[in-house]
Design a protein around this ligand. Structure first.
Ligand code: AVJ
Length: 385
């Protein structure tokens, strides 16, 4: 068993995101080059800060769309969770995180708040902080000062969003630096990549041979992977840490833990229907990206906890027999036939520790885990074995 560090009883409220003004910083498209690397200074605010966005070849729209289409035409029909996150879907996910029933985001934030100093002490100082699926970067924001990070690498799949989010982050970091000049300036780098596929950040990390990498993967997003894919993903992170010239790189990862069925199912089937709207939105994305004619109202949201598999499954269930055009193809959905839209795997602390070890991370004393008082969520800090 790992040591369990219970949280305090009185938890402060979930912090309100800091409102960000990005419009003044956004350069127009004329700034974009057709090359893979785009450098420009955010000189409108702070001459010392430079923001670079690398576009890695891993994002392959054509192959993604082909897989999306093939999945919807297959039996059972499936769709990858990455297609949830168009602007509408991202906004709906933001709303999910505010729901009473959806505890993971809040619970993780509380663990972060209560154990910030302890967790930071388990991480190397002066790191390059790799924020996987960074979104607006605000989850990482609170860690950068405690660990004296020297470089921030935000990795996300959506370029326009990454660009504006990181400009805001760079500006906010530069403001902090200006008001507390004893701190170290942080370089901000954005990498557009799809890390649900094999990814390669070795060269990017090698640019800073003296800064140990800290991979940050919060939110239990690893739950979307089936266990074998989760292991392969973790092994790749371990390989990135192991191949870096420094010895003290780490992985910090948030994991939603196994708990009673009612709590789990409610988190994915809320009373006011936000999760249902989030789930159905993927059909609008399919209509747009695949030239399909799904009627979202003809599919019902369903979430089931499969205890044996240790995962929530989200489905969209066809309310009647219907024909749906998907590009040039026609797919007949029978009444009650499901489309499997998402898996969200849940782990026990020991089960996730075993998965980490099978991916080449150290166990025992060298693996740490912090939990909330209900033991609903775990934050692990791991290092290569
Ligand atoms: C973003 C994958 C962590 O699985 O809990 C929330 C996505 N889906 N409600 C999760 C999600 C439905 C979420 N992750």
């Amino acid at each position: 068993m790992l040591p369990v560090i219970p949280g305090a009883d009185a938890c402060p409220a979930f912090p309100t995101p800091i409102p960000m003004k990005t419009s003044a910083l956004i350069e127009d498209d004329a700034m974009r080059s057709d090359g893979l690397v785009l450098d420009f200074p955010t000189r409108k605010t702070h001459a010392t800060q430079a923001l670079r966005i690398d576009v890695h070849a891993a994002v392959d729209d054509a192959a993604d769309l082909a897989a999306f289409r093939t999945g919807l035409l297959a039996t059972p029909a499936t769709s990858s969770p990455k297609f949830f996150y168009d602007p509408q879907g991202s906004a709906l996910f933001g709303a999910i995180c505010e729901l009473d029933e959806y505890y993971p985001t809040r619970t993780e934030a509380r663990i972060f708040e209560h154990h910030r100093a302890d967790i930071a002490a388990a991480l190397p100082q002066g790191s390059q902080w790799v924020d996987l699926g960074c979104g607006d970067g605000l989850k990482a924001r609170g860690w950068l000062a405690p660990v004296q990070a020297r470089r921030y690498i935000g990795v996300d799949i959506a370029e326009p969003w990454l660009r504006s989010a990181l400009m805001a982050l760079a500006a906010s970091l530069a403001r902090d630096h200006a008001s507390a000049p004893r701190g170290t300036a942080i370089d901000v780098l954005g990498v557009v990549a799809d890390f649900t596929r094999p990814f390669d950040l070795h060269d990017v990390l090698a640019e800073q041979a003296a800064m140990p990498p800290v991979f940050f993967y919060p939110g239990s997003s690893i739950g979307n992977f089936v266990r074998d894919d989760a292991r392969a993903f973790l092994a790749s992170v371990r390989d990135h840490i192991g191949r870096h010239p420094t010895a003290d790189g780490k992985l910090m990862i948030g994991i939603d833990l196994v708990k009673d069925r009612a709590t789990l199912q409610a988190a994915y089937d809320d009373a006011i229907g936000v999760t249902a709207a989030f789930n159905r939105n993927v059909l609008r994305v399919a209509n747009r990206l695949l030239d399909a004619d799904f009627d979202p109202a003809a599919f019902t949201h369903r979430s089931v906890y499969d205890e044996a598999a240790g995962r929530i499954e989200m489905h969209l269930v066809s309310q009647r027999r219907q024909e749906v055009r998907i590009g040039a193809a026609v797919r007949t959905f029978e009444r009650d036939e499901p489309i499997v839209t998402e898996y969200s795997h849940k782990y026990t602390v020991d089960g996730f520790a075993a998965l980490l070890e099978s991916a080449g991370f150290a166990g025992g004393d060298r693996l740490r885990c912090w939990q909330d008082e209900r033991r609903w969520f775990g934050v692990f800090v791991a290092e290569p074995a």
